[in-house]
Ligand binder design. Structure first.
Ligand code: PMP
Length: 442
């Protein structure tokens, strides 16, 4: 008994010592995360999940076969560590591909680094390049992790929204109707600006930035000596004959740009978490320091399989059999199905020029989910939660992709992902049709 008593009082005194705050200050205000909540809601209630961005169709056979070969093909060294900054076959083939795309010579060892998905590439950029007091310009709407990542690095995000210029002639809205206001953008650059984050094609809108818009951004970066973190994970997902232009290929931009890519998006294998950065050594050397002091290394077998996937694509570059040609063709068809489904029920779609996301206007559905004035929760959050619980259809509220200050201007939209099997999109269509019938008969 005495022993139990003694150990109880020991654990009490240990607990008492832990009463000071445990959380590092850099985490203040960034603990909430839209995905944790909405992924759980979708898992609990959805019959059709068009929320989080991942395909429900299989990755291409050539890629999964490459993985299986790497796993059991006799080279047992593929089960061990490889080079920290990227498995040599993968950095080599990425350098070859980007030499072609950027029309410049690249050194696979210094101009390319492999990361744990594009997520870690972003994390390395902010940690390596942003200091206390630096400002980072973020174009809204934005992939939500940019803001907490800038803050964790000690920087201050400065937001500039794309402005909607709706079409007048009753045509469907397009992601191209969302523009940067040149004067507004220029006003955000100052001596404190360290970097701008560009995401073209843009998640969530699907906007593919035009040469004119990229030229404007490039001009301001050069004028103010600002870096560009260019998130191009949807580089191959561009529709209607549009072209993805790489800002690093514009005058004065190579030396100040880090290009970010993702095998998850490129080869429809988001679970593999293989990403990369391409850029000048003067920037990448600092990303390598963050990488070697955090994750150090990414899974060798996944890197080997992605390398083989790229070798195939390099051989078939521009040919009809190329996955980079076939995937956007298939996705464009899926986009058009979802556009038709939404348009037919009056949930007005904004036709995306790229990515596998589509944003739709829910204004006509407001009577189903009445507004609660003065609620802390934005209307689109409430709408998306109601929709998944009552209709079984999961989507993501658009205001999640805006800063706190601008959120309330964008609460009439939700984002769908259309990288889904035909049957999934058909099931979504059935839900929307039934909903519309219920609305008209009530
Ligand atoms: N950037 C953007 C714009 C994204 O949409 C995503 C994934 N949703 C990522 C980066 C992260 O990519 P990965 O899965 O390769 O980490």
């Amino acid at each position: 008994l005495t022993g139990v008593k003694a150990s109880n009082s020991l654990s009490f005194s240990l607990q008492a010592k832990m009463s000071r705050p445990v959380q590092a200050r850099r985490l203040e205000g960034i603990d909430k995360n839209i995905w944790v909540e909405f992924v759980k809601l979708a898992a609990t209630y959805s019959k059709v999940n068009l929320g989080q961005g991942f395909p429900d169709f299989p990755a291409p056979d050539f890629l999964t076969e490459a993985f299986t070969r790497a796993l059991g093909g006799g080279n047992h060294m593929l089960h061990q560590y490889t080079r920290a900054f990227g498995h040599p076959p993968l950095v080599k083939v990425l350098a070859q591909l980007f030499e072609k795309l950027l029309r410049r010579d690249l050194d696979p060892m210094t101009n390319v680094m492999v990361t744990v998905g594009a997520y870690q590439a972003l994390f390395c950029c902010f940690q390596a390049l942003v200091d206390e007091g630096d400002e980072v310009i973020i174009i809204e709407p934005f992939f939500d992790c940019y803001e907490p990542m800038v803050k964790m690095a000690g920087g201050t995000p400065v937001f500039v929204p794309l402005r909607l210029n709706p079409p007048k002639d009753g045509k469907l809205m397009s992601s191209a109707d969302w523009h940067l206001d040149p004067a507004e953008l220029a006003s955000k650059f100052s001596a404190r600006t360290k970097a701008i984050v560009l995401n073209s094609p843009n998640n969530p809108l699907g906007k593919v930035f035009s040469r004119g818009e990229l030229g404007l951004i490039a001009e301001l970066c050069v004028k103010h000596d600002v870096l560009c973190i260019s998130d191009e994970v949807y580089e191959w997902l561009v529709y209607d004959g549009k072209q993805h232009i790489r800002i690093a290929s514009l005058q004065g931009m190579w030396d100040r740009t880090v290009i970010i890519g993702s095998a998850g998006k490129t080869f429809s294998a988001t679970g593999w978490k293989v990403g990369w950065v391409v850029g000048p050594d003067r920037l990448l050397q600092h990303l390598r320091t963050v990488h070697q002091n955090s994750v150090y290394h990414c899974a060798t077998i996944a890197q080997e399989a992605v390398a083989q996937g790229f070798q195939r694509e390099l051989m078939l570059y521009g040919k009809p059999e190329s996955y980079f040609v076939q995937l956007p063709k298939e996705l464009q068809q899926k986009r058009d199905w979802l556009v038709q489904s939404l348009d037919a029920v009056g949930m007005k779609p904004i036709v995306p020029e790229g990515t596998y996301f589509l944003v739709a206007d829910i204004s006509l559905f407001k009577s189903d989910v009445p507004d609660v004035p003065n609620s802390d929760e934005p209307y689109d959050y409430r709408f998306a939660k109601w929709m998944v619980k009552n209709k079984g259809l999961a989507a993501i509220p658009l205001s999640a992709f805006y800063s706190e200050a601008h959120k309330n201007n964008y609460t009439n939209f939700i984002r769908f992902c259309f990288a889904k099997e035909e049957a999934t999109l058909k099931a979504a269509n059935d839900i929307l049709q039934k909903w519309k019938q219920e609305k008209t008969s009530s």
